[in-house]
Design a protein around this ligand. Structure first.
Ligand code: SAM
Length: 236
């Protein structure tokens, strides 16, 4: 496991990287994260995360890259369902990765973890599945654009990318949704120091990286989306 990413960014480290905002620190809330989620939205986010996994859409995958994985609930379910899959989980929070390893101990030989800022992470070649659940919304638009391009470069042809995200629906739910998303960003800013304040357009980033949308399922009147994208059949 790589431990290159420091738990606390020192002022010197921040000053050395002026073009990139300091990463949010989810260590403080790692243990509480699941309970905060259940208290605010019940089992809804789990339904969104599990959607394509439980539908069998990811069953053919052999090597999964899970970015901003968090406490490992998705990876555990993925490893349990797909006994042939090897997973690499990347997260900037050491505390989240500890929870993930505990939760996935039953398949420790099929799991590797990398403690690193995903904005600097260069995946090794060969993944045929990428997973980002409620992670791209921790990044600014240009960071999502760069990440998608970097990740896409060495994937297997036709690789899948499964995404869960908040979104702003059109219609009468638009303004309540905007208010809700804004309050979530405010809460995460207070709890983790997250600097991002608006949802990036991950669709434009994925399209620019050569992915095409395969399927989408909306939840809660369109406030939440579960999406499946596919990379080019041949490497670009
Ligand atoms: C909102 S949580 C989502 C966790 C989980 N994927 C889920 O579905 O709930 C965001 C996760 O991304 C991680 N994270 C945020 N910014 C990151 C970055 N720049 N690099 C790596 N991990 C990051 C956090 O540590 C946290 O585990």
């Amino acid at each position: 496991m790589s431990e290159a990413f420091p738990n606390e960014l020192t002022p010197a480290a921040i000053a050395a990287a002026p073009a990139e905002a300091a990463s949010a620190n989810f260590d403080r809330i790692a243990r509480l994260y699941r309970w905060m989620e259940y208290a605010s939205l019940g089992p809804l986010l789990e339904r969104v995360r599990w959607h394509f996994l439980d539908a069998g859409s990811l069953d053919g995958a052999c090597r999964g890259l899970i970015l901003g994985e968090g406490d490992g609930r998705f990876t555990a379910r993925l490893l349990l369902r797909n006994r042939g899959l090897r997973a690499e989980a990347v997260d900037g929070s050491a505390a989240m990765l500890r929870l993930l390893k505990q939760r996935c101990a039953f398949a420790g030989d099929r799991l590797s973890t990398t403690h690193e800022d995903a904005r600097r992470y260069q995946p090794p070649p060969g993944f045929d599945l990428v997973v980002t659940h409620f992670f791209l919304d921790c990044l600014a638009q240009e960071e999502v654009d760069a990440l998608a391009g970097r990740v896409a470069r060495d994937l297997q042809p036709g690789a899948l990318w499964v995404i869960s995200e908040f979104r702003i629906p059109a219609g009468w739910l638009e303004w309540p949704s905007r208010l809700f998303v804004r309050s979530l960003y405010f809460a995460f800013r207070c709890l983790t120091g997250l600097r991002v304040t608006r949802l990036p357009n991950h669709a434009s980033a994925l399209r620019a990286a050569g992915f095409v949308p395969v399927a989408q399922h909306l939840f809660a009147g369109g406030l939440l989306t579960s999406e499946l994208w596919q990379g080019p059949a041949r490497n670009l």
